[in-house]
Design a protein around this ligand. Structure first.
Ligand SMILES: Nc1ncnc2c1ncn2[C@@H]1O[C@H](COP(=O)(O)OP(=O)(O)OP(=O)(O)O)[C@@H](O)[C@H]1O
Ligand SMILES: [Mg+2]
Length: 450
């Protein structure tokens, strides 16, 4: 911290001048610089003029609610903490305040000690966050995502870029590549990180239930709706909703999602009016959505709404040495978990891991490492410990016991089969005439031609 900002600045927002004064005296006495504002608009104007480290706001104010200020600060000032003061009867508001991004809340009436304690906690959190941001190299693997390949570095850069906006993101990639991890990384590196991240598997919820699960329902909306219940969108208020397998949604659900994206409003099942939601949407698919659009199975307008930022997560086989780095990491993790010795891979094992195509991507690798940790008694892991389909991936080391005639025979058979058994063509490729070819074929015990 530099000398200039060694005095931290607190902005106190309360419509009661008396309350503002009490807090001001208290905090100035503790060495803070204190600014005051009688309402949300004035507070917003003050923040434009001078940097503020912490905003303390009353919830109930005559014109604009303190909740809106919390939201405004969270959206626009990632380097400012917010603390909400609520009346003692409004526990739900306090919960709400934390949900929209208040870092702390204080219930009235509070003592000087409680106020100072809460302020110190908030500012300590802020210092940790700032330090993290400064040392946080943009392309360092974020939030549990490991990878050093250029392909993954591109993904990490896209994540940090996406984290600075509220734009909708479409994450594409084969199954098991880490799409959900990417979505989480965006959320947790954004200003919304203190609000919920709510993953929804659109493909896993029956069509008839999806609407009420997503948007919530009013009491009496349908048989069994004994009380009003929030949906995923309301739960994610202030945060991020992750719509996994968006390609699986029905046409009518697509229309509803389109409306949410356009109007930023959701209508609970059985409600007469739509209500505002402040939720960032990240969608994911392992389907080719453009192909689905062509087939008429996915709405083009929804596609363009979702696809403001696209992050394509590469398959594991395109990440070079990352596969070994991940294998070691998972192996170490599971060894710790199951209290087994850290495994040592033989060269042939490493070769098999590198050559295998990993159709199930990172998830397949993670599962394999788990299985090996469970089964393994000794630390050495040889290629024979791997599943057979992986052993075939190892390039055969040349067998130096075969005769020239055997190698020649195999080569001739391969050429012949590559030209569909056409002997003239094979002879041409081999650079010999047809007669010589026939002689050689006769010598081979099982010619594949004709
Ligand atoms: N780069 C990575 N570093 C570490 N772990 C990873 C990485 N990518 C994925 N994983 C792990 O692999 C598993 C699969 O990841 P995730 O669930 O995010 O994939 P997905 O693309 O959403 O899969 P699906 O399409 O099947 O839903 C998870 O356990 C995740 O933690
Ligand atoms: Mg997933």
């Amino acid at each position: 911290m530099t000398q200039k900002d060694s005095k931290e600045t607190v902005l106190v927002v309360d419509d009661s001048e008396g309350t503002r004064e009490v807090i001001r005296r208290n905090l100035e006495g503790a060495g803070y610089q204190v600014l005051g504002a009688p309402g949300v608009p004035e507070a917003i104007a003050t923040m434009k003029q001078s940097p503020v480290d912490l905003v303390i706001t009353d919830l109930k104010m005559p014109r604009v609610s303190g909740m809106d200020l919390v939201r405004h600060v969270r959206e626009n000032y990632p380097n400012t903490e917010v603390m909400m003061i609520t009346g003692y009867a409004t526990v739900t508001s306090a919960v709400e305040a934390v949900k929209v991004g208040a870092d702390e809340y204080l219930s009235k009436p509070f003592t000087d000690g409680e106020l100072l304690g809460a302020v110190r906690r908030s500012l300590a959190k802020l210092r940790v966050r700032r330090a993290g941001r400064e040392s946080g190299d943009a392309v360092k693997a974020p939030h549990g995502l490991a990878g050093e390949s250029e392909a993954m570095q591109r993904v990490f850069r896209a994540i940090s870029k996406a984290a600075t906006t509220v734009a909708t993101v479409l994450v594409t990639g084969e199954s098991g590549t880490g799409k959900e991890l990417v979505a989480r990384a965006i959320h947790y590196s954004s200003v919304r990180s203190t609000s919920p991240f709510v993953p929804v598997n659109c493909g896993g919820i029956p069509e008839g239930l999806l609407e009420s699960e997503l948007f919530g329902y009013m009491k009496g909306a349908f048989t069994g709706a004994a009380e009003t219940r929030a949906g995923f969108f309301q739960t994610a208020e202030g945060g991020t909703i992750f719509l996994d397998e968006i390609g699986e949604t029905s046409q009518s659900m697509q229309v509803k999602l389109l409306r949410v994206l356009q109007d930023k409003e959701v209508c609970m099942v059985g409600d007469t009016r739509a209500r505002n939601v402040d939720v960032r949407i990240i969608a994911a698919t392992n389907k080719d959505l453009l192909a689905r659009i062509k087939k008429g199975a996915f709405r083009e307008d929804l596609f363009f709404r979702i696809n403001v930022i696209t992050i394509a997560v590469p398959p594991l086989r395109e990440r070079g040495e990352d596969v070994l780095l991940l294998a070691r990491r998972f192996a170490q993790r599971f060894a710790r978990e199951y209290e087994k010795p850290t495994p040592e891979f033989t060269d042939r094992t490493l070769e098999a891991i590198r050559c295998y195509s990993w159709p199930g991507n990172v998830r397949e690798l993670e599962n394999l490492m788990q299985r090996l940790a469970v089964m393994q008694e000794e630390s050495r892991i040889d290629v024979s410990d791997l599943p057979s389909h992986m052993r075939f991936a190892v390039k055969q080391s040349p067998d130096l016991t075969r005769s020239l005639a055997e190698v020649e025979a195999e080569y001739i058979r391969n050429v012949l089969s590559s030209v569909g058994g056409n002997k003239s063509r094979a002879a041409e490729v081999l650079g010999i005439d047809r007669k010589t070819l026939r002689k050689k074929l006769d010598a081979v015990s099982k010619p594949r031609a004709e």
